[in-house]
Design a binder for this molecule. Structure first.
Ligand code: NAD
Length: 498
């Protein structure tokens, strides 16, 4: 049994609120440990620590800050197996997939090593007579991240990597379902030479989140999670005068044109639909074959592939996916399958009855596949976040495009086609933030930015890439003139450089 507390001021500290939550091991349903749930006072202690440590860190030159991140990358490589094993145990995804979770986070830390470049300002010599103008980027102070269960390494690093590289101190409030890896990241940051207090982890639930949102010393909050909470965090954080960016839920469509390579499309659909048990914000949850004929060809190949998906414990090296994260998540997802049946969709593969031999108490279900789903059904409109794929048949390309455009979510989308014109038109017109052309999960690399549209994101800047440095810094612009440049007397009109 593990006992997770918080990580404040460079040390593990036990929780003092008296409130805890169980952390489960989804592969067999056993309790793996307990995690402390912070009170407002515990959040405040972390913020005070961070606030005291931040000025010296900001005054450390950006190359030296970057070198700490370089060392951190080395240490994560050293401990990669240990971290992936812990991540898989607490989350339920397979160890190989857990390694991808860590890797995509570390790639943003690699990008953040470019902080000396990203922090550079602009300079105009001679903007007026004897007048120069320059701008600089300065850190905000203390920033916070509130992160979901489904990428316990990647998303904390997407937030903390750029924030820390820019000279901020960071308070992370990770998901209470898999707190082990965030605490391990805190230990590695410290070992890499990050001063105590610059990266803190406060475990908790709504009470800790509200304390973060209301704390006057936290200047920016980056959130990732479900849309209803994203909207709440955005409203409350903005109301207290912070910068807030919130990334929410998704319903990602994959459009399959009649000229697509059907084998490639089917490979893409099973991987992107069922990988990590569908618990990815960029999972494909809706397949839209265009024309009846293409739909029939697709289903002929897709059904046997879904029927033969390999489900296994997270430790299995050849499982396609593992258990869901909690017993409640399993019930919720199965509940959606029941709803789909009642709504009249055709359940062509039913994974609800799947039991994992030897792991009967684990949170497993098999892949489910619905055909003839229509846009008024709840299983189409709502995010299921499980191994359930819905097929919506479209008659024309225009109808398929409208489906993606009319959906309230706009995180990711893909089109499979050999027709460059169709792909180009789609990329230009689709109202979704991240688009794949024959790529099912178009998560942009670290040096581009990540963010959905519509109700998949609240705020105006994306995660990672150059936007992260804009989000975690403020711009100061200096207009300067030296005595030799002063030619005129007092001026009472707005200055122009004309
Ligand atoms: P969640 O919304 O339940 O939790 C996210 C965070 O909010 C956690 O830290 C949690 O402790 C906190 N929280 C939960 N309930 C709260 C409440 N009532 N008040 C204040 N804080 C609260 O999300 P989850 O189940 O951990 O993650 C899955 C969701 O995250 C899915 O909807 C998925 O699409 C989304 N997601 C989005 C992205 C993206 O970049 N758009 C990436 C990953 C996950």
């Amino acid at each position: 049994m593990r006992n997770y507390g918080h990580f404040i001021g460079g040390k593990h500290v036990a929780g003092t609120s008296g409130r805890t939550a169980d952390v489960y091991q989804p592969l067999d349903g056993s309790v793996f440990g307990k995690v402390a749930l912070a009170s407002k006072a515990e959040v405040r202690a972390a913020v005070e620590n961070a606030k005291a440590a931040q000025p010296a860190w900001a005054a450390t030159n950006p190359q030296r800050r970057a070198r700490v991140l370089m060392k951190f990358l080395e240490l994560c490589a050293r401990d990669n197996d240990k971290m992936a094993e812990l991540l898989a145990r607490e989350h339920g995804k397979t160890i190989l997939d857990a390694k991808g979770d860590i890797q995509r986070g570390l790639e943003v830390v690699e990008f953040a090593i470019g902080a000396p470049q990203m922090m550079k300002g602009e300079y105009t010599e001679g903007a007026g007579p004897g007048i120069d103008i320059y701008s600089m980027r300065q850190p905000l102070g203390v920033c916070a991240g509130i992160t979901p269960f489904n990428f316990p390494a990647m998303i904390p690093l997407w937030k903390a990597g750029p924030a820390i590289a820019a000279g901020n101190a960071f308070v992370l409030k990770p998901s209470d379902r898999d707190p082990g890896v965030p605490l391990m990241l805190a230990e590695l940051f410290l070992e890499a030479g990050l001063p105590p207090g610059i990266f803190n982890v406060v475990n908790g639930d709504k009470e800790a989140v509200d304390a973060v949102l209301d704390d006057p010393d936290i200047k920016a909050v980056g959130f990732v999670g479900s849309t209803s909470i994203a909207e709440y965090v955005y409203a409350r954080g903005c109301a207290s005068g912070k910068r807030v960016q919130c990334f929410g839920g998704a319903k990602n469509h994959m459009i399959i044109m009649p000229d697509a390579d059907m084998d490639q499309a089917v490979d893409a659909l099973v991987g992107a639909g069922y990988g990590s048990a569908g618990e990815r914000c960029m999972a494909i949850s809706v397949a839209v074959p265009v024309t009846e004929e293409a739909a029939n060809r697709l289903m002929e190949k897709l059904v046997p592939r879904v029927e033969s998906l390999k489900i296994g414990p997270s430790t299995s090296l050849d499982a396609d996916f593992g258990p869901l994260v909690t017993a409640q998540a399993l019930e919720r997802v199965k509940g959606y399958v029941d709803i789909g049946v009642k709504e009249g969709a055709k359940l062509v593969v039913d994974g609800r009855g799947f039991r994992m031999q030897g792991y009967e108490n684990g949170y497993y279900m098999g892949g489910c596949l619905f055909d003839n789903v229509t846009k008024d059904m709840r299983i189409y409109k709502e995010e299921i976040f499980g191994p359930v794929l819905s097929v919506v048949r479209a008659k024309t390309y225009g109808e398929a495009l409208d489906l993606a455009n009319d959906h309230e979510y706009g995180n990711g989308v893909a089109i499979f086609t050999r027709d460059g014109d169709a792909a180009r038109d789609f990329a230009a017109k689709v109202q979704v933030g991240m688009v794949g052309i024959n790529v099912p999960i178009p998560v942009p690399l670290a040096y581009y930015t990540f963010g959905g549209w519509k109700r998949s994101a609240f705020g105006d800047l994306n995660q990672h890439g150059p936007d992260a440095f804009r989000f975690y810094t403020k711009t100061k612009t200096v207009t300067s003139r030296w005595p030799s440049g002063i030619k005129d007397g007092a001026s009472f009109v707005i200055p122009t450089m004309g």
